[in-house]
Design a protein around this ligand. Sequence first.
Ligand SMILES: Cc1cc2nc3c(=O)[nH]c(=O)nc-3n(C[C@H](O)[C@H](O)[C@H](O)COP(=O)(O)OP(=O)(O)OC[C@H]3O[C@@H](n4cnc5c(N)ncnc54)[C@H](O)[C@@H]3O)c2cc1C
Length: 361
Amino acid sequence: MFKTDVLIVGAGPAGSVTARYAASKGVTVTVIDRKHELGAPVRCGEFMPSDEEIKGMFPNAADIGGLFDIPGRLRLRETDAIRLTDPKMRSSDIPFAGYTTDRAEFDRHLASLAEDEGAEIIRGCAFHRIEDGIARTSAGDIQYKVIVGADGPGSRVSRSLGLPRPREPYPAVTAQARGDFDPVVVMFFGGIAPGAYSWIIPKKGQANVGVGFSPKFASGTLGEFFDKFVNKHNFDIISRTEGKYVPSKGPVAKTYTDTGMTVGDAAGHVISVNGGGIPLAMIAGRICGDVAADNVLEGRKLIEYQTEWSRVMLKPLKIAARGKALADLFAFGSDRRTGICMKLLGKRRMAKLIRCKRIFP
Ligand SMILES: Cc1cc2nc3c(=O)[nH]c(=O)nc-3n(C[C@H](O)[C@H](O)[C@H](O)COP(=O)(O)OP(=O)(O)OC[C@H]3O[C@@H](n4cnc5c(N)ncnc54)[C@H](O)[C@@H]3O)c2cc1C
């Protein structure tokens, strides 16, 4: 039987960063992903906040510069603002630095950093379940000391470990549109994307465009909303439309057992108000990798993973989850309400909301 110290399921940002930091401590690390080609297809807006913005949101996170040292070739377009657009197409720009990446290459880059540290990545291998402490996979059984579920919001590892999974994830779709776009991230609120938002995220000579919505506020399918958005803006779509679910209720209550942990989307590590999850997957992944290796080497308890990621991320994530819950209650449901709420909040409070800061004292 194949044996490894740390088995990680999923080679997205959470899994690859976990693998990198665990392997750097000298334990054997194996990552499995059901995809044959990591990173593809892209189901993401591909937006990354600048290091400064990440530091501002998560001031307790260590060494942001080292973790987010992303090569220039993966910074396709710098953006300097987020443009919030209400249902009447009135917009206001919030200064916010970031960049658009090529998500497929981004994921492959993080995977290569893990491999450089000695982690083995097995592609085209699906995790099925845990039986008697053994992982059953499409490539055979794997014996592990610690297992990490970095397998997204529908995490099978969470289910096998008896851990909670993100509640009410909402669906979102994305595609590439050809053209020249302003260097700002544009978010459209209202009936164009009930319960969430639609977006234009500029790249070089094209943009990532997409729609997220909450089925409880929408009549119609996500595909219909996406088509409406495309027609309204006359986008020249040059790729397939790809979709996935986004956790929207904040982190799950428990992310560890005696022998396993969940991280990234599998743990609900997503900013509820905007669906951003890559930076959080990476911040939590580093903590997860450290604790997994220490557990193997010196018996460090896995509860310390939850304690540490909570210290770094729980407060901002709870604020964002509360903000999204308030929006569900008061802002979504009609264009009129959405417009009034955006006006009442104003630019300053909307800026705070986006940065996971309290909007009311
Ligand atoms: C449409 C859309 C747009 C988004 N835009 C942004 C954005 O612009 N910026 C941002 O920061 N975030 C964005 N997000 C969120 C972001 O994509 C996620 O938060 C991020 O990918 C989480 O990383 P992860 O490693 O936890 O999970 P994932 O990236 O989903 O990786 C999970 C991996 O696990 C593998 N896997 C799943 N099940 C199994 C199994 N049973 N066996 C083996 N492998 C398995 C999958 O193949 C996958 O490779 C967006 C999400 C969506 C859906």
